[in-house]
Design a protein around this ligand. Structure first.
Ligand code: HO6
Length: 353
């Protein structure tokens, strides 16, 4: 049977992956409240279609930080793609390049940054950074990322400590051990991936550190993991270039709002001064439409990319992206939107039930 929607890929990945890998990818923190709410919250929103608008031509293109993407659906940073497919991030990078979208490469990529760039040299890429307490290490890594042509730095703010994923504890998952093993299997020389020395936890990172980061890079800085108007206002005040509204796929602090529910508050707070993106729970074309109608410039996919990888590597990711792109095209046509600029708040039914 063909896989026709993103949740079909999820079911397939469940059958294909080891229990350890499946549980690690699929799991949320604590009671999975937020993890489950990310998808459920989208399903509570109703649409208001506008008919008789000649949708014979629908243009899906947009820009993020001034760079064109073919559709406002990009790849969120997730760790260790080699858990799921032999050449891991290299496959992901080729699929994203073929789709004409942005791929945010994780600090915990299991391929070297050089391999990722060389396999898809024309792809748009941003780099997700966990800020290390050793300032010098950050500086080296940022310089490397800049010279490799990454176009933005994505600073993850919601991991001062790692969230408590119960199933990983039960499975006695040792990520540090896997990190070393994966890394040794996927690269020739150990020293070619110094970013793997980075700590996942930026325990002491704070707003004051942003000025220092900005002083050592020309790249735009995007904060990932903002959920409130207070933090959104601070982000604008500290001259960052964008915000990704995210709860880390429900894997960090449990019982925070679904990303789509937090989006409205953040969009209102930034008053159009910087671009706002979102990730978390996007599974259908209608979900993409809803996020854009509520003010997101584009959405990012986390788990669905890994399901695509688990299915067929590069071609599996391409299929996931193509299916969602087709669905989004249909969603636009059925609501009367001929361009992403025409996707407005009036597509959303208020008050929300
Ligand atoms: C180490 N997010 O699983 S996994 C520990 N940011 O959601 S990092 C944990 C990870 C990677 C490396 C990680 C995640 C996540 C040492």
């Amino acid at each position: 049977m063909p896989l026709v929607c993103l949740t079909d890929f999820e079911a397939h990945a469940h059958k294909r992956l080891s229990k350890l890998t499946w549980d690690f990818i699929e799991g949320g923190a604590d009671e999975d409240i937020t993890r489950n709410d990310n998808t459920a919250a989208f399903k509570r929103i109703r649409l208001r279609p506008q008919y008789l608008r000649d949708v014979s031509e629908v243009d899906l293109r947009t820009t993020i930080q001034g760079e064109e993407i073919s559709v406002p659906i990009c790849v969120a940073p997730t760790a260790f793609h080699c858990f799921v497919w032999p050449d891991g991030e290299m496959s992901t990078a080729r699929a994203a390049q073929a789709a004409g979208i942005c791929y945010i490469t994780s600090t915990y990529a299991s391929c070297s940054l050089e391999d990722i760039v060389n396999t898809a040299p024309r792809g748009l890429r941003w780099f997700q950074l966990y800020v290390h307490p050793d300032r010098q290490l950050n500086k080296q890594l940022i310089q490397r990322v800049e010279s490799l042509g990454f176009k933005a730095l994505v600073i993850t703010v919601d991991v001062p400590v790692l969230g408590n994923r119960r199933q990983d504890v039960r499975n006695q998952l040792d990520l540090v051990m896997h990190l070393t093993q994966t890394h040794l299997q996927s690269t020739k020389e150990k020293n070619s991936v110094p970013h793997l020395q980075m700590s996942p936890i930026s325990t002491s990172l704070c707003w004051n550190d942003l000025a220092w980061l900005q002083s050592i890079t020309r790249l735009p800085i995007i904060l990932k993991g903002i959920l409130t108007k207070e933090d959104a206002e601070l982000a604008v005040k500290h001259n960052v270039h964008g915000i990704i509204v995210s709860n880390h796929g429900g894997r960090q602090l449990d019982e925070v709002p679904a990303s789509i529910d937090a989006l409205t508050e953040v969009v209102a707070a930034v008053k159009g001064k910087i671009e706002v993106y979102m990730d978390g729970g996007v599974r259908t074309g209608n979900d993409v439409l809803k996020a854009l109608a509520l003010g997101a410039r584009c959405v990012f996919l986390g788990r669905p990319i890994l399901w695509g990888l688990a299915y067929k590597g590069e071609h599996g990711v391409e299929e996931v992206l193509n299916i969602l792109k087709r669905e989004f095209h249909t969603s636009m046509a059925l609501t009367g939107c001929r361009s992403v600029a025409e996707i407005k708040k009036d597509l959303i039914q208020f008050p929300r039930l």
